[in-house]
Design a protein around this ligand. Structure first.
Ligand code: ZN
Ligand code: ZN
Length: 391
């Protein structure tokens, strides 16, 4: 190891205070301590964290191509010269090993070399985050190490959001909701789906969001029957149903909502489908509390939709966990035995999709609390509140 490459990151500069991560600074060592306890319990000497969201969760680092090596006693981020200053700024106090240009080292060779030098024997790696080729290279480059594939060690901690994470998610919700209000007020019949997505995403950025949480879905009429429609050139005025599925990212955390607006003459079919989805969603949200089985919450929504005769048109699970990733644990899906616990945040998003006609999905973000739940999102969703007049 070349000592010149290793450094302690400098303390936070005054400028950091305005960044969302600054407020979380004390949370990162605490999260690493919790992971160290997990590592010990798994009888590992060290863990190589290569999943980018997991590295972000444990260190605050927002860049890429960097791994965290963690032992019960020590944490070391492995990165390259592109990120020297960023690591110093985002991860004050964290030891960093920086690969310099021309050193001939790769992230893999540097990791293997450091692991050998630390004399750790049983080292875990994240089997979902490392490609087969990378895992093979790592194993070949460190002959005295026993490599153990692991899963969900960090994800298991991430399931429970701490106060900093909940605060970031409230901001992500707020940005998304304000942007939707702007979009709704500006709707015109000649707007194309793509225009709406562009406007919505630009507004989320201008309102303080980092970016959109995922490519927004704006789908008119029959296009709304595709749960993951890509915005195209269909115009709002061509059909009374407009489905918008969008979210903002703030401080690396995501929100995820869906609303359907009725932009033209309604019909009894539109109202029936809408009210069925809304009723299924409300009943499922009511059932969310500590100790509730994720599969039972899904079942409650599914049964409501089945009883209205639309069971076969609800072809996805009820919801998913939300945080640093848009889809993470726990999933609200059929048959899941996961028990909900305080601190979990899930989406609740039943839908009915009728080919060549259209679709309705209503999605909110829900925090499991000690007393039950708190719906973090608040965009109006009663049927009479989603009817908009457009010119
Ligand atoms: Zn969504
Ligand atoms: Zn979702």
């Amino acid at each position: 190891m070349r000592p010149s490459d290793r450094r302690k990151s400098t303390p936070a500069s005054a400028g950091r205070a305005s960044r969302p991560e600054a407020a979380q600074a004390e949370a990162f060592p605490h999260r690493r301590d919790r992971l160290a306890r997990v590592i010990r319990a798994k009888k590992l000497d060290a863990l190589v964290v290569s999943d980018r969201s997991n590295v972000r969760y444990l260190t605050g680092f927002r860049g890429e191509d960097s791994w965290l090596l963690i032992t019960p006693k020590k944490s070391l981020i492995l990165s390259d010269a592109r990120f020297t200053d960023q690591i110093a700024e985002e991860c004050p106090g964290l030891e960093a090993e920086i690969r310099l240009p021309g050193s001939g080292r790769t992230l893999l060779s540097m990791s293997a070399q450091i692991i050998q030098s630390l004399r750790v024997r049983n080292v875990g790696f994240e089997k979902r985050a490392l490609s087969y080729a990378d895992a093979q290279s790592l194993i070949e480059a460190s002959s005295t190490t026993t490599w153990t594939p692991t899963e969900d060690l960090v994800e298991g901690l991430r399931v429970f959001k701490d106060k900093h994470e909940i605060r970031s998610m409230r901001e992500a919700v707020s940005v998304a909701e304000r942007a939707f209000t702007v979009l709704r007020a500006s709707l015109r019949a000649e707007d194309r789906e793509k225009d709406l997505a562009d406007r919505l995403e630009g507004t989320m950025r201008s309102l303080g969001g980092e970016c959109s949480a995922f490519p927004s879905i704006c789908a008119v009429g029959p296009r709304a029957a595709l749960p993951h429609a890509i915005p195209g050139s269909t115009r709002v005025g061509e059909h009374p149903i407009l489905l918008v599925d969008w979210g903002a990212r703030w401080g690396s955390y995501n929100s995820d909502l869906t609303r359907v607006l009725v932009t033209g003459p309604s019909s009894s079919k539109i109202e029936k489908v809408y009210q069925t989805v809304l009723s299924a969603q409300k009943k499922a949200i009511e059932a969310i509390r500590p100790g509730a089985r994720a599969g039972d919450v899904d079942r409650i929504a599914r049964r409501t939709i089945e009883e209205a005769g639309f069971g076969r048109y609800f072809g996805h699970s009820l919801g998913h966990g939300l945080g640093l990733k848009v889809h993470e644990a726990p999933g609200l899906r059929e048959g899941s035995d996961v028990l909900l616990e305080p601190g979990m945040i899930v989406t609740v998003e039943p839908g009915i999709y009728l080919k060549d006609w259209g679709g309705v999905r209503i999605e909110d973000d829900v925090l499991v609390t000690k007393a039950g739940h708190e719906v973090l999102t608040s965009v109006p969703k009663e049927f009479d509140e989603v009817i908009v007049g457009i010119s």
